[in-house]
Design a protein around this ligand. Sequence first.
Ligand SMILES: N[C@@H](CCC(=O)N[C@@H](CS)C(=O)NCC(=O)O)C(=O)O
Length: 394
Amino acid sequence: MQACLLGTLCLLMISGCDRDNAQDKALIKALENKVEMLEQQMEEQPVQNVLSQDSQRVEELEKEVNTLRGRLSKQISFSPTLEHIAEKGYLECGVSTGLPGFSMPNQKGEWYGLDVEFCQAVAAATLGDKSKVKFIPLNARERFAALQKGEIDILSRNTTWTLQRDTALELHFAGILYFDGQGFMVKKSLNANRAEDLSGATICVQSGTTTELNLEDYFKLNNLTYTLVPFDTAQETIMGFEEGRCDVLTADQSGLYGLRLNLKNAEDAIILPDIISKEPLGPVVRQGDDQWYNIVKWTLNAMINAEELGINSQNIDEMKSSEIPEVRRFLGLDGPQGKSLGLKPDWAYQIIKQVGNYGESFDRTVGIQSPLHIQRAQNSLWTQGGLHYAPPIR
Ligand SMILES: N[C@@H](CCC(=O)N[C@@H](CS)C(=O)NCC(=O)O)C(=O)O
């Protein structure tokens, strides 16, 4: 029994030795000392006394070791992705090839947009620096294979959460960053006001998307006919529309607002009010790395929670003197402090200080401060009648 106990302690020490676990190391040390003392006593005493006097203590010690083992196994959870980005010193983030508001390079080649800022938030949480991100442009067809093959650490590219993608493709959606739906943009000259007026139209669409699939469902269900004109990238799709290869362009509605900005004569095109699908867009990771999945999921939750708690990039330092328990836990002053995520206590502070809360990011990239001017609507917090509701940090 003693050998087994000592073996367990050694294992715990080895597996815990490279982790930042000072408290548990101290506990292990204390337990190890106790066992040593017990061993000495046992050597000095006759066997029958050992059994009667010390078996109870050995049992107690074993219980303590088991509790400790449980706690350590949680803390020692290992993320190959986190390890990999720590080694590289940056995060590889799959984005679109260029979609205004979500992910788009400016003239200096710097990426901006809601999906871009989300990756910056993950970099701030994990590496402490939002600039440590390499953006990898991917069209709709390329995106999942790039993630599966490990060419990117995260896909943050206006990607719809569906059953098939979440299961058969062995991916995890870490949450919903933007609640969207599919819409239609038409030339004014077409004189169409509703989706049902579109029978017989030629429709530009990007292949490898849910858009293409929903279009087929909608037209079939409503006994409408159409001619599909497929393209590989957003740029090609909008050019096809502009050059008259189609009368209609269909995409996620947020995408339509973004793409319309690229038209030479934006006022010649209108976005119809109809929404024909649910497009919950969110960041995606590979299955098989639970810790990484948790980090990405809680980065999003932190951005949403911060908005709800009234914490933003401007006031976060003042918030350090707050006595509100939820705010203190958010800032890592109390509570779980990022330990179970394998991150530093200030992980959430870094996200908000460097990037901002969800509302700040939304307004800057796609909302009122951006050229897209999209209303918060269903992307408001649940407290404002919207759908964003993040589980609490505690
Ligand atoms: N949310 C849909 C559509 C995503 C999509 O790729 N939309 C097009 C809109 S035209 C886009 O963003 N293209 C950008 C690109 O190909 O880089 C999905 O996940 O399938």
